[in-house]
Design a protein around this ligand. Structure first.
Ligand code: ATP
Ligand code: MG
Length: 564
């Protein structure tokens, strides 16, 4: 994937890198990493970070590592480790042989902790969680030093060794950095470096360890060990940067990466917190992590969004230090532009109404030609069967309507897309007065040309009743009713904001025959209905199931022009 070179707009991080290369910092090298915690599937916010980190590496002929930040073993599992790799690949990026785990460095991290202890820069503390909090002070009050802070190096070394050996229970002791309890930055008030966790089976290291390093200690060392030059993270880590630098300045490691913070992506009408997404999955609000309504990469892929359009979206939103909510429309525009250019056109009737062409012989059928794309001839065409009985959409017929209604009315004419002009002769109703069938006539002189001197109201799509394929369509809407989806009212819960109509299933749809052979991953425009893709999870079903990727923005304006 190397097309980002020309289209990637610059940003403040690229400017820093440009300067560093001019001054020869890091020997001119550029080496980034994407460090997900394997405690959920990747979401659109992660895509921003992936495109940034891998994109920068590509554009500067550098490298980008994939590193699992797996220091929190009780929340992590192997399903997430695998899905994350799939999703990064799907997005179009590769880490070659540079797949790492922070847990790869557990021994190094331990050795550096011993070094800190030996230099009087770390100590074993016996305060319990509550006491620690009380000693830490507040934003306006300095903290107090732990009574265990003055322990000798020898005692600290022995206790830390025994922590590792499993001599103490969870929470009995921690290893802390010795920095400054009066620092205005709370992160510098003797932060915890290691805690005890018995009884967990780590997905990489099994039961080898019962002490686990904290993120703020692990991250800078992992970066330095991998030769990272620019460690890009989100803004909430800005206050952690002094600690990042302190760790690297106080151990014997030559490389010192630069941490640079940028703002998180927040997208309107959805949530991108893994904790909340986990809740939606675990509590059954959605079908799973790859539910097509989820803002996860797996969900978007199943929904039919292309990787290229998500990359394009990430380029368009840019990278800044300003927090904000990005409009869903911004993402949808990228999806539509891509689909409009690339998706072959097909016809599908979602709310079928039977239509019988009385002057068309019963046994006859003919094969008509239709282009796959109105503007791109290179996409070729397909064949469509026409016969006496077809389906049109219920919304395309009204007994009476004013001039603005450019579809079929009683006694009126309309063009069938890619076929003939028909006229509605008779409306058949059942005992309840509901319309069950239309009786029409067709004009054999109107194939592929507009009738002379006659006013045809518009063009509608259709599917042959004899040749069409029956199946299901799933229409998706926003997952949440509020743009600020995670806002909760007093006593409420963010799930109160869920949109109860985010999924609508239509089971009696008819697709033109060419759609019977639609493959997984192939995107189509169903004319006048939107863009659709075969649901990859339902691909084995006999009757096809299509997901609507996205609606057409302006279907009428496009389709109503003669021949359009
Ligand atoms: P969450 O709060 O959803 O759990 P996280 O930051 O803890 O997110 P990680 O798996 O640690 O999730 O994230 C991996 C990388 O992706 C980090 O560098 C993180 O900064 C970045 N990232 C996560 N969410 C976003 C987002 N919404 N926008 C941009 N980058 C993000
Ligand atoms: Mg994290």
């Amino acid at each position: 994937m190397s097309n980002s070179q020309n289209s990637t707009p610059t940003n403040f991080i690229r400017q820093i890198i440009d300067q560093d290369r001019q001054t020869g910092k890091h020997g001119g090298r550029v080496h980034t990493r994407f460090p997900p915690e394997p405690n959920g599937y990747l979401h659109i916010g992660h895509a921003k970070s992936i495109v940034l980190n891998f994109g920068i590496a590509e554009d500067y002929q550098g490298l980008c590592n994939l590193r699992f930040d797996d220091t929190n073993p009780h929340k992590e599992n192997i399903e997430f480790v695998e899905s994350i790799q799939d999703d990064v690949h799907w997005l179009g990026y590769d880490w070659d042989d540079r797949l790492f785990y922070a847990s790869d460095y557990f021994q190094h991290l331990y050795d550096f902790a011993v070094e800190l202890i030996e230099n009087g820069k770390a100590f074993v503390c016996d305060l319990d969680g509550e006491e620690m909090r009380a000693y830490r002070g507040t934003l306006t009050e300095p903290g107090r030093e732990s009574p265990y802070r003055a322990r000798s190096v020898a005692e600290n070394l022995e206790l830390f060794q025994r922590m590792k050996a499993g001599d103490f229970e969870d929470g009995a002791r921690v290893l802390r950095a010795k920095i400054d309890m009066a620092s205005p930055n709370m992160n510098m008030r003797d932060p915890t470096l290691y805690r005890i966790r018995h009884g967990v089976i780590h997905h990489q290291t099994g039961e080898a360890w019962c002490i686990y390093p904290m993120y703020d200690y692990t991250h800078p060392i992992s970066d330095a060990l991998e030769g990272i030059t620019h460690s890009l993270c989100t803004l909430e880590f800005e206050d952690h940067r002094p600690l990042y630098d302190w760790v690297l300045d106080n151990i014997s490691i030559p490389n010192h990466p630069q941490q640079i913070e940028f703002s998180r992506l927040n997208l309107a009408y959805t949530v991108v917190s893994k904790r909340k997404l986990t809740q939606l999955v675990d509590e059954g609000y959605v079908e799973g992590w790859d539910d097509p309504r989820m803002p996860t990469l797996a969900g978007m892929r199943r929904r039919g969004y292309s990787a290229a359009s998500i990359r394009e979206f990430c380029h368009r939103i840019g990278v800044t230090k300003a927090d904000g909510l990005v409009e869903m429309g911004m993402l949808e525009n990228c999806i539509r532009e891509d689909l409009n250019a690339h998706a072959p056109r097909r016809m599908a009737v979602l709310h079928p109404l039977k239509l019988v062409i009385e002057n068309y012989p019963e046994e006859k059928s003919e094969t008509l030609k239709a282009p796959n794309h109105p503007k791109d001839e290179s996409m070729g065409g397909r064949e469509i069967e026409f016969c006496r009985e077809i389906y049109i959409d219920r919304a395309d017929f009204r007994e009476q309507a004013n001039k603005k209604y450019k579809r079929l009315v009683s006694g009126g004419e309309v063009r069938l897309r890619n076929a003939y002009v028909i006229k509605c002769e008779e409306v058949m109703k059942n005992n309840q007065g509901e319309i069950v069938e239309l009786r029409c006539s067709y004009d054999p002189e109107t194939l592929g040309k507009n009738p002379e001197g006659r006013k045809v109201r518009g063009v509608i799509h259709w599917v042959s009743a004899r040749h069409g394929v029956k199946g299901e369509v799933r229409l998706y809407d926003r997952l949440f009713n509020r743009a600020d989806a995670d806002k909760v009212e007093e006593g409420g819960h963010f799930t109160d904001n869920l949109n109860p109509d985010s999924l609508r299933t239509l089971t009696d749809c008819y697709f033109e025959p060419a759609l019977a052979s639609a493959g997984v991953g192939e995107q189509y425009q169903f004319e006048r209905e939107g863009y659709f893709i075969l649901d990859s999870r339902e691909a084995a079903r006999e009757e096809p199931v299509f997901n609507r990727i996205i609606t057409l923005r302006d279907s009428w304006a496009k389709i109503d022009k003669p021949g359009g």
